[in-house]
Design a protein around this ligand. Structure first.
Ligand code: ARG
Ligand code: GLU
Length: 701
């Protein structure tokens, strides 16, 4: 009966309710959701979440670096984020003598904290709806070209005005972001701190426990956290690194929950999700689920198999390719889950039905025909888009030609002004970085496999003529491969070091350089064509988005993610990934011991953890939990917050079965994965022996 009722409601588009727990809401507009949040257990007010007049939780949430989220956990600038978010900084601070990635790092006092050069942390000062100001001076009768240039100009003025030169504006940056496909514009003003120091990181056998095997999966047992501290000038304002700087005093910091989270508890997430596409037309979902994801997965499978074959033969190669493999495998695994999830949910058919109802409703209005126009545009767009995406995964993913082409600027400069040749060369550090992690036999196998895939799956009509000519000139993939991997001067580091202007013809005629040059210029053309078509598509989406909001006027819409700060709420909850399986929502130390295996790299825990466990009494030590919060990439490091506003854990992943949530959120199986803050405290104390950090934290039972 309940099912029948629901399907009746769902079939009437205009009455379609928002699925429970779906949504990433703008903090400034959280007052529109607060009643629902409170009904579900939240005990605080909208003002506690976001306020420009008094300190609120927003003041304890930061954009960490360019792509992650972090949270402030003490009044002395202490910050939690994920281990995988701090990873590159921990790596940069490491050396052969001090491998902080492998062994972990624990500052035992402030003077031992390590400055992470180049790392920034941004606080949201305020956000404003600036739609009227952005569109000032424009009227629909003036047309789209006029809109573009007026909008661009107005945005520049608004952003400039927002940061000003007054001393209280130190370190401010401003960004106007388009939301709802440019139907709305919001100004975001951030204060950016740039003296950030590493305080602690667990060994990667804890911080990355489970590795690629467990990535995107539940049950999970990863201690995915790292700890930094923000430093400021004497005025508490952003400052360049200096020994004189002092720990930043935040407006607000999180109280840490020792009570933890259990099944059914309310949770909410504050963070910066990067990109979702909930309102796109069925054609895009169909393309992603049936064409793009499977094709990219196939290409990456080929690449990963080659990596793994050689990594298994040599410890040196395993280290060289572990970061590359991790990054290739991350999206590879996500895309498989995404495609499977979209197909299982019948997302395409659902969207098509919705579009038919929309068009029926839109008859005679300005919205009539917008979905049909989108169908048409996608037919053309997807041809170019596929060629571009697929070449990224194949012919443009081969290492040596791409590296060779980093000399293009020097070669070009030679023909312009001969003096700039050396300054346009890649730096010695860039050259060293390439060879340090390069293994030619892997690249050679990848060349063959990826070219075969490209030849088979990109239509002849789309392939660049110059590429086809070269393929012919060399007499096929094998021979082309030999020409590059037997002869290219870029195979020899010492030759590359000594390249001078005199060799610029040699560079240009090098088979690796020559190949990438052809691919690169063709990809430039594809991009141009894609962007042209995307302009029209974007215009249609602006109309279609407005149309959807009118069609379902009773529904609350949240804007697609675009790395702006959002609030998502839900509860701690297990799920059933398949018939006969029911997952519990929490994992414990017992599970780590069950997975522990010294012979499997991903599951080899530190001996000290085994010793502690052997003392007994730790079976129920919580490690991770899952919840129904709607999150995406970029929510890594986000605080997971209790009904009382306390810190329960740090978000770091989603379950594989629910990765289609970027297009279609399903409350039945979409879950975010969090590391329990009590596990973080446990590791700080038992592994790091750095309990002194607790002195500056606040706790609630
Ligand atoms: N899947 C998570 C994300 O998308 C974690 C990635 C890092 N961990 C890993 N095992 N590769 O970023
Ligand atoms: N691990 C992801 C990140 O780095 C978050 C996982 C997701 O996509 O939900 O942002």
């Amino acid at each position: 009966m309940k099912k029948l009722l629901l399907s009746i409601i769902l079939s009437v588009g205009a009455l379609q309710p928002l699925m429970a727990d779906e949504g990433m809401w703008l903090p400034m507009l959280v007052s529109q959701r607060i009643e629902d949040m409170q009904q579900k257990g939240f005990k605080l007010s909208a003002e506690d979440i976001y306020s420009v007049n008094k300190a609120s939780l927003k003041d304890a949430v930061v954009l960490f670096g360019g792509g992650c989220t972090g949270e402030i956990v003490s009044d002395e600038g202490l910050l939690f984020t994920n281990h995988h978010c701090g990873y590159s900084h921990i790596q940069k601070l490491s050396s052969v003598e001090h491998d902080y990635l492998k062994d972990g790092f624990w500052a035992m006092n402030r003077s031992e904290e390590l400055p992470a050069k180049g790392l920034t942390v941004s606080f949201l000062e305020r956000m404003d709806d600036v739609t009227d100001e952005v569109l000032k001076g424009w009227h629909p009768s003036m047309g789209e070209a006029a809109r573009d240039s007026i909008v661009r100009n107005n945005i520049k003025i608004i952003e400039r005005k927002a940061v000003g030169l007054a001393p209280e504006n130190k370190g401010l940056t401003a960004r106007v972001e388009a939301l709802f496909y440019s139907n709305k514009y919001y100004l975001f003003v951030f204060r950016v701190y740039r003296d950030i120091r590493l305080v602690a990181a667990p060994p990667s056998s804890i911080g990355k426990f489970g590795g690629e095997t467990d990535n995107w999966m539940w049950p999970r047992h990863t201690g995915d956290f790292s700890i930094f501290r923000i430093y400021a000038g004497k005025d508490n304002m952003p400052a360049d690194y200096s020994e004189e700087n002092i720990p930043y005093t935040p407006k607000r910091s999180f109280t840490i929950s020792r009570a933890g989270a259990k099944e059914g508890d309310f949770t909410f997430i504050y963070g910066c999700p990067a990109s979702t596409k909930e309102y796109v037309i069925s054609d895009e979902v169909k393309y992603v689920a049936e064409v793009s994801d499977p094709a990219k997965v196939e290409a990456r499978t080929a690449r990963l198999n080659i990596f793994i074959k050689y990594m298994n033969q040599s410890q040196k190669v395993r280290i060289q390719y572990s970061a590359k493999k991790a990054s290739v495998a991350n999206a590879w695994k996500k895309w498989q889950g995404e495609s499977k999830g979209l197909i299982k949910l019948k997302s395409v058919a659902k969207k098509q039905k919705y579009e038919a109802e929309f068009e029926k409703w839109a008859k005679g209005s300005e919205f009539e025909g917008v979905t049909e126009k989108l169908h048409e545009l996608y037919k053309e767009y997807n041809k170019y888009h596929f060629a571009y995406e697929y070449s990224t995964e194949t012919v443009a993913a081969i290492e040596l030609p791409k590296f060779a082409y980093s000399f293009a600027k020097a070669v070009q400069s030679k023909s312009v002004a001969s003096t700039s040749f050396t300054t346009s060369l890649p730096s010695r550090a860039e050259i060293d970085a390439f060879y340090k992690d390069y293994y030619a036999p892997i690249d050679r196998d990848c060349f063959k496999a990826l070219l075969e895939l490209f030849n088979a799956n990109v239509s002849d009509e789309m392939k660049p003529a110059a590429y086809k000519e070269m393929l012919q000139k060399y007499g096929g993939v094998e021979k082309w491969c030999d020409a590059i991997y037997n002869n290219s001067l870029f195979l020899t580091q010492s030759i590359v070091y000594s390249l001078t202007e005199k060799e610029s013809a040699k560079i240009e005629n090098d088979p690796a350089f020559e190949m990438y040059k052809v691919i690169n210029s063709w990809r430039g053309e594809l991009r141009k064509k894609e962007n042209e078509l995307m302009k029209d598509i974007t215009l249609c989406y602006r109309l279609y988005m407005r149309g959807q909001m009118a069609f379902e006027s009773g529904k609350s819409f949240y804007p697609d993610a675009n790395r702006t700060l959002r609030v998502a709420y839900g509860k701690v909850k297990g799920f059933s990934p398949a018939d006969g399986i029911e997952y519990l929502p929490v994992s414990t130390l017992k599970g780590i011991m069950q997975k522990d295996n010294p012979n499997i790299f991903d599951y080899n825990i530190p001996q000290s953890l085994r010793d502690i466990y052997a003392k007994g009494g730790y079976d129920n030590q919580p490690v991770c939990f899952i919840a129904t919060n709607h999150t995406s990439g970029g929510n890594s490091g986000s605080p997971v917050i209790s009904a009382d506003g306390y810190l329960l854990g740090i978000n770091f992943d989603r379950v594989w079965e629910g990765t289609m949530s970027d297009y279609n959120f399903d409350p039945e199986i979409c879950r975010n994965i969090c590391v329990d803050v009590r596990y973080i405290l446990f590791i700080i104390k038992e592994i790091g022996h750095a309990e002194y950090l607790f002195n500056e934290m606040k706790f609630a039972e």
